[in-house]
Design a binder for this molecule. Structure first.
Ligand SMILES: *Cc1c(COP(=O)(O)O)cnc(C)c1O
Length: 391
């Protein structure tokens, strides 16, 4: 049913497979293994000559429904669901790169993704070069004969920088590499990277796909050819999404478009209001015309998304960090947490939390100042969010 229906309809309907009981909500299969009718059927399933479930480390009907729904939404041939967003990135790189291979990655990716590349995969012989998200010339210059992947998040966290997906895909494809987009901030409700040249999409389902801060999960999506080794890695290494979490995410995806529209509407209103506050030095939000890549963002995305960052002007005697912390500590409604993609709005000080493990120099180079505050705008009334920000 992937082609005929609008995305909103696919969110609600795609991927559903009903059992003989005719349930109208997808069933949760909480079982580790599956029975065969005979030794011959077991052999056929293991040999791959008969389709069907074997063992929930690599096939489970609830997880399969989630994979098929998300694949329909991203316009992907195949989706491999994983235990977390980080294991999605791990599975992707482990499946498509080997020792001595090279990855070009944006400097502005999720902090833990930087650690994965620099501290863990590097020990296994993977070479990584970090470059500017927004400068294609740096990507071109970083390419080596062993470059296998380009890795980006757009918009980036926390400064919401936007890259030209098509331009980076063109550079990658000329050298036989694949462009990977971590689409966590947008979800397919806002941006579909595979339609604009990317080869692989990564998700942390933990964020907007869940939408209510309950479960951890991830996904890798792309062509059958590229997903086959990713699935092979999952089957062997066991970075599997639990059936229960898949069931929660299936429910989350049903409301994805409605929620993302609501997050973005509130985020735009909050960002517009923040720009007018005398205590705010600068606002970062792709939906604002003041955003450096606003035009590009509006070509690639259906709206600016739900994440707004801004710099607080210190009052007399305050350091930059004190100004940011004072604003955060004065909130009564917004949750002080580093998570995002929740119905509950969250407020974060990136320099001392999500980006505290990178060096001050790297932080400065990335443009993350000590007075920067990030809000993942939830689904509360926006006037209550404004009232909670006491400058
Ligand atoms: C949270 C996040 C991840 C990691 O996802 P987990 O589910 O926490 O492992 C990866 N990329 C981005 C952009 C994220 O925000």
């Amino acid at each position: 049913m992937t082609k005929k229906y609008h995305p909103e309809t696919l969110s609600v309907r795609a991927g559903s497979e009903l059992t003989e009981f005719g349930e109208n909500s997808e069933a949760l299969f909480l079982n580790s293994s599956f029975r065969f009718k005979s030794a011959g059927q077991a052999a056929a399933r293991f040999g791959g000559t008969e389709p069907g479930n074997i063992y929930s480390r690599f096939t489970n009907p609830t997880v399969t429904m989630f994979q098929n729904k998300l694949a329909a939404l991203e316009g992907a041939e195949q989706c491999v669901a994983t235990s977390t967003g980080m294991s999605a990135i791990l599975a992707c790189v482990m499946a498509l790169c080997g020792a001595g291979d090279h990855v070009v990655a944006s400097r502005s990716i999720f902090g833990t993704s930087v650690q994965l590349f620099s501290n863990i995969l590097a020990r296994w012989g993977l070479q990584v070069t970090f470059v500017s998200l927004t400068n294609p010339a740096e990507w071109q210059a970083a390419v080596t004969p062993r470059t296998k992947l380009f890795f980006v998040e757009t918009p980036s966290n926390p400064l919401t920088e936007v890259c030209d997906i098509q331009a980076l895909a063109d550079i990658a494809h000329k050298v036989g590499a694949h462009l990977v987009v971590d689409n966590c901030f947008c979800t397919p409700a806002i941006q579909k990277p595979l339609e604009i040249g990317a080869d692989i999409v990564i998700h942390s389902a933990t964020k907007y796909i869940d939408g209510q801060g309950r479960c951890l999960g991830g996904a890798v999506l792309g062509s059958k050819v590229l997903m086959e080794p990713v699935y092979g890695f999952l089957r062997t290494a066991g970075v599997t999404m639990s059936a229960f979490n898949a069931w929660v995410f299936l429910k989350g995806l049903e409301t994805l478009h409605v929620r993302m529209d609501a997050h973005a509407k509130r985020a735009l209103e909050l960002a517009t209001w923040l720009e007018k506050q005398s205590q705010v030095a600068r606002v970062y939000y792709p939906g604002l015309s003041s955003h450096p890549q606003h035009k590009l963002a509006m070509q690639q995305q259906s709206n600016g998304g739900g994440i707004v960052s801004f710099e607080v002007k210190p009052k007399a005697g305050q350091t930059q960090q004190q100004a940011a912390w004072a604003l955060i500590d004065a909130t009564e409604l917004i949750s002080i947490t580093a998570n995002l993609g929740d119905a509950k709005s969250t407020i974060t000080h990136p320099a001392t939390t999500t980006h505290s493990r990178i060096t001050p120099e790297a932080r400065a180079e990335a443009g993350i100042k000590d007075n920067l505050v990030r809000i993942a705008v939830g689904l509360e009334h926006v006037d209550d969010l404004k009232a909670d920000l006491r400058f």
